[in-house]
Design a binder for this molecule. Structure first.
Ligand SMILES: Cc1cc2nc3c(=O)[nH]c(=O)nc-3n(C[C@H](O)[C@H](O)[C@H](O)COP(=O)(O)O)c2cc1C
Length: 176
């Protein structure tokens, strides 16, 4: 698949069969994560956590449901959640840290399309996790880093098809 088609056809997938990903698929996804551009090449400021244990997936979802006072599904029954944690400084420099995480997630999301896997960026569950120190410690997330971005992945019966992307979707300025 052409990169352009993978980007255009990508969509947030929120229905999963529950089947696990293969080790080869995970390796391929992680390779695209490791290939991501990272500000100043500070790879050591980042940690990738791959969650496939169904007990952890349920804990993370119910933690978010409690935080946001909802009973709606937030991980959609996906068999894998990938979490990106990074060092934050509480200053405008954090923009780069968030951008690093988003870039890594998007690389994996596009690769998921190429592999025919469903995927969806996840913020709610990650935000709720970042507010729960005890849960972060129990998960052994790296000290001094904060979970800031996530991606659920899995096999889905949904198909990727050519999408019609409106050319006025995002305000665009030109200084010719
Ligand atoms: C930073 C970020 C966080 C997101 N968080 C969630 C989320 O927590 N749950 C969810 O279902 N979708 C989440 N999404 C998916 C967006 O809702 C989705 O990308 C948007 O509605 C456009 O739809 P599309 O991805 O199908 O093109 C997130 C997307 C981004 C980029």
């Amino acid at each position: 698949m052409k990169t352009f088609d993978a980007i255009i056809n990508r969509k947030s997938v929120r229905t999963y069969t529950g089947e696990p990903l293969s080790e080869n698929e995970l390796t391929q996804l992680l390779k695209t994560a490791y290939a991501s551009p990272v500000s100043m090449g500070n790879y050591d400021d980042l940690t990738i956590t791959v969650v496939t244990n169904s007990k952890w997936l349920k804990r993370l979802e119910s933690n978010a449901q409690q935080t946001f006072h909802t009973d709606r599904a937030m991980l959609y029954g996906a068999p894998m959640l990938i979490i990106i944690s990074t060092k934050l400084q509480g200053s405008s420099a954090d923009n780069a840290a968030y951008s690093n995480a988003a870039t890594i997630i998007e690389n994996m999301n596009i690769e998921a399309v190429e592999l025919g896997l469903g995927a969806c960026h996840i913020w709610g569950v990650i935000n709720a996790l970042a507010q729960n120190q005890a849960l972060m410690q129990e998960m052994k997330l790296p000290e001094g880093q904060t979970p800031v971005a996530g991606l659920v992945l899995g096999k889905s019966n949904e198909q990727y098809e050519a999408r019609d992307i409106p050319m006025d979707r995002i305000a665009t300025q030109r200084l010719d």
